[in-house]
Design a protein around this ligand. Structure first.
Ligand code: NAD
Length: 319
């Protein structure tokens, strides 16, 4: 072909998790003969959420999990419904399709989900461990902490693309890499920037207001990332940081947003996690590797997180 690089689809990357996931499912047959149960709560009428829910259900069932979509007509009853699922011993994982109220009440609801069943990894304890680069929930290091699904999916994609260099020690495998992340939401962009920086990268975190740099400092001297403000957003600044970036990751929730292909460094790795295509097709003439969407890998991470939660509860004698 006339293009120097390759487009890599999330579906091919998610396939690499099938064996690992089905093997674990089989090892849990004694305690969950019909497969672990994931419950999804849908309390909005967003067609995108509905689609994602259907898709999660299909993936679950094809891999030996059970999935139950619970529709809550009255938003104010959602909290009670979550609490009931928290108590229900047959439920292994819980997820909520946000936005529900579309304001800070959603963050409250997120924390109502029991930590032990939070497959999306949105519980405060998991966030704090992630930001502090803490990998385990206990001092004995037997219970692994959970990472938020979408940022984790992007990390796994970068591992698949070999941006992570496995000749380097675990925890430093992005040493020397410069990354740009266009999105700084609490759900994806900020945790993603932190994870990349914790693994040794220099990360330029861009949002509509300003630009920040996340790093572990010179010689990776810090154990966890530090954040510096670099000033207000401008196209010129975005161009400058992109022109030197090995990896450009986008998550702008807008149909019309396209990062100019001319900003991208020749041979860069480009990943888009927005539901809209934030790269123009012409990026294929510039990028070494281009991943146009990440949703399928996110679902694999959801299922992987769920199995980890079941294992943790098993180790604690709760199953
Ligand atoms: P959000 O609205 O909470 O955050 C959007 C972020 O983008 C903000 O930081 C904002 O400042 C920034 N932004 C917006 N316009 C910008 C611009 N012109 N230049 C620079 N920055 C800009 O959204 P979110 O929850 O982070 O979701 C973002 C997108 O990711 C959505 O399309 C969502 O559907 C998608 N998403 C995908 C997955 C997945 O698994 N692939 C998971 C969650 C969300």
């Amino acid at each position: 072909s006339d293009k120097p690089g390759r487009t890599i689809l999330a579906s091919s990357i998610s396939k690499t998790y099938v064996d690992e996931i089905t093997a674990k499912i089989n090892s849990l047959k004694t305690i969950r003969p019909e497969g672990p149960l994931l419950v999804g709560f849908l309390a909005n009428d967003d067609p995108a959420a509905e689609m994602y829910a259907n898709w999660t259900g299909k993936t679950c069932e094809s891999m030996g999990f059970r999935y139950e979509l619970r529709r809550v007509q009255e938003k104010d009853f959602l909290e009670e419904a979550i609490i009931e699922a928290n108590r229900d011993k047959s439920v292994d994982g819980i997820m909520v399709y946000f936005p529900v109220f579309g304001n800070a009440q959603d963050q409250y609801l997120q924390q109502v989900v029991a930590r032990e069943k939070d497959v999306e990894g949105l519980n405060h304890v998991y966030y704090q461990n992630m930001y502090h680069n803490v990998r385990f929930l206990d001092d004995e290091k037997s219970l692994k902490s959970i990472l938020p699904c979408t940022p984790l999916a992007v990390i796994k994609i970068l591992e698949y693309l070999k941006v992570y260099n496995n000749l380097l020690p675990v925890g430093n495998r992005l040493y020397g890499k410069k990354c740009v992340v266009v999105n700084r939401s609490e759900i994806v962009g900020r945790p993603l920037a932190a994870l990349l920086a914790n693994d040794g990268a220099v990360v330029y975190s861009i949002d509509i207001n300003n630009i920040q740099r996340f790093t572990r400092g010179e010689g990776l001297k810090f154990q966890k990332h530090q954040v510096e403000d670099l000033g207000t957003y401008s196209d010129a600044a975005l161009k400058e940081y992109c022109s030197d970036a090995d990896v450009v990751i986008t998550g702008v929730p807008s149909e019309s947003y396209k990062i100019p292909t001319e900003y991208i460094k020749e041979g860069a790795v480009c990943v888009n996690f927005s539901s809209h295509k934030n790269f123009d097709d012409s990026v294929k003439s510039k990028a070494a590797l281009y991943v146009p969407s990440t949703g399928k890998v996110t679902i694999s991470m959801l299922l992987r997180n769920m199995l980890r939660l079941v294992e943790n509860r098993q180790k604690l004698g709760q199953l």
